[in-house]
Design a protein around this ligand. Structure first.
Ligand code: ADP
Ligand code: ADP
Ligand code: MG
Length: 448
């Protein structure tokens, strides 16, 4: 096992990783920007180093700075968390060539799955059902031809997209050319890659995903699905496991497809296969995320597995010590993402000093955060400031526990989305479990 690990991230996920390392007896190294001197991950780590100015591109995305810290302090591994460098194949390759273990899959798998067009082709060849769509669009003639074949409505999607960005909905042929140009331009600006493809817009659908753990010996374990259909602008707000729409037979089919997906690309580490599920029980591969996901705690809650510890063990070459049959589904878990944003002002990000903080407690209530009393939330980074996760025997109990926990949560000093979650949980569509990815579009009053 490693004796020292560098955490190349910030916020709640850096804290989450440091905690896992402490429990495993691994020394931790934090890196931080000039804006994060007072950040919790810095004070919790055994060592910490400033790697540059506030802007992420000058610090948390500065590969050379991070690698020199790792080499200089004798770290053996780097955990990238999510976002930032976690899906950067070049960074993973640089780690390798410096003799550092990158906690994640190989650079080859990262770049294969990071290209959604290639990922779709790989999965289709492996026999995984894929959302109907096109290959990369080369010119206008092909655009019109493919659009006519797929039919409207459709989505123009960036092959390099992520975080809900780089997706344009086109209702009818009229708006196609404009959406294509805009999507390509937006993708070029956001991801440095303007290549796009088309996908049939499936509606109504649920977002269902399967968490994988794969070791370096070829062992693949599929964990019970998560549902993440409550979304705003294609970004997840609430996640739960299991999905109220998935029965044992469907779960077995989802797991079988995900196993094929993992084997098709030679996956190693923790990863997630995302699908769209229609009302007839058909599901379609959407993308694979080659990293730890924001919503991993719901899976930890229902399986009793520590996904971060497993990521680290796998990176160190250890084998999975439980069989697929031993994977348990112990109850029901829900997560609400708390963002420092004002829902009444179109989710405008909010920053400032935390003047009062009360974190909910009680059995099976977890709040993953890097907040503390008097901490100043900086304006430079992602606005997610905490994740409230609850677990219970049944879905009904979990919903009630989440409502109680949300009532208890106090974060003063910044605007945040905690109260909005009370309303989301009270939606009839959520309570019945019938909600889909477009449910919130029908409730504009909840979205400011
Ligand atoms: P996806 O939207 O790709 O299915 P997630 O919802 O788990 O996956 O994560 C959304 C993305 O949002 C992350 O990959 C990351 O790019 C970004 N993100 C969310 N929260 C943070 C954060 N606190 N720090 C950095 N990036 C974040
Ligand atoms: P990202 O990499 O940004 O996470 P995804 O491909 O995972 O992009 O899509 C994000 C979200 O957009 C999905 O969870 C879903 O709600 C919606 N979406 C994506 N593709 C489709 C589709 N073909 N039909 C309907 N909704 C879709
Ligand atoms: Mg996605």
């Amino acid at each position: 096992m490693f004796t020292k690990l560098l955490v190349a991230n910030r916020g709640e996920i850096a804290v989450r990783i440091i905690r896992a390392c402490k429990e495993m007896g691994i020394l931790t190294v934090a890196v931080f920007s000039e804006a994060d001197r007072e950040a919790l991950h810095v004070s919790l780590a055994d060592e910490s180093y400033c790697i540059g100015p506030a802007a992420a591109k000058d610090s948390y995305l500065n590969m050379e700075a991070i690698l020199s810290v790792a080499l200089g302090c004798g770290a053996q591994a780097i955990h990238p968390g999510y976002g930032l460098l976690s899906e950067n194949a070049r960074f993973a390759a640089l780690c390798e060539s410096c003799g550092l273990a990158f906690v994640g899959p190989s650079p080859k798998v990262i770049s294969l799955m990071g290209d959604k067009d290639e990922a779709r082709r790989t999965m289709a060849e492996a026999g995984v059902p894929v959302t109907p769509g096109s290959g990369l669009i080369q010119d206008q003639a092909q655009l019109l031809e493919e659009a006519a074949r797929i039919g409207f409505p459709l989505l123009v999607k960036a092959r390099a997209g992520g975080g809900g960005r780089g997706i344009r909905l086109v209702q009818e042929e009229e708006g196609l050319l404009e959406a294509y140009a805009a999507a390509a331009q937006e993708a070029k600006a956001a991801f440095g890659d303007g290549e796009v493809y088309l996908e049939k817009y499936l509606k109504p659908v649920k977002h269902i995903e399967v968490q994988l753990l794969c070791d370096k010996k070829g062992n693949v374990r599929c964990l019970p699905e998560r549902e993440c259909s409550l979304q705003r602008r294609n970004q997840k707000l609430v996640e739960e496991s299991p999905s109220p729409a998935v029965d044992e037979a469907l779960r077995a089919r989802l797991m079988e497809a995900s196993r094929k997906a993992a084997l098709a690309c030679g996956y190693e580490g923790a990863g997630t296969v995302e699908y769209l599920l229609d009302k007839d029980g058909n599901f379609y591969f959407m993308e694979m995320n080659t990293r730890l996901q924001v919503e991993h705690p719901v899976t930890e809650t229902v399986t009793g597995l520590d996904l971060v510890k497993w990521q680290i063990r796998i990176a160190a070459g250890l084998s999975l010590d439980f069989s697929q049959e031993e994977v348990q589904l112990l109850g029901h878990a829900i997560e609400c993402r708390i963002n420092a944003e004002n829902p009444l002002r179109n989710f405008l990000p909010s920053c400032g000093r935390i003047s009062l903080l009360h974190i909910p407690g009680g059995p099976m209530v977890r709040f993953d955060t890097a907040l503390y009393q008097d901490y100043v939330v900086p304006p430079y980074y992602d606005s997610m400031i905490g994740k409230l996760i609850v677990g219970a025997k049944t879905r009904e109990e979990a919903v009630r526990k989440m409502q109680a926990a949300l009532c208890e949560l106090v974060i003063e000093g910044v605007e945040h989305t905690g109260e909005m979650h009370m309303e989301l949980l009270a939606l009839p569509e959520f309570l019945s479990g019938s909600y889909t990815t477009d449910t919130l579009q029908a409730h504009p009053e909840l979205l400011g």
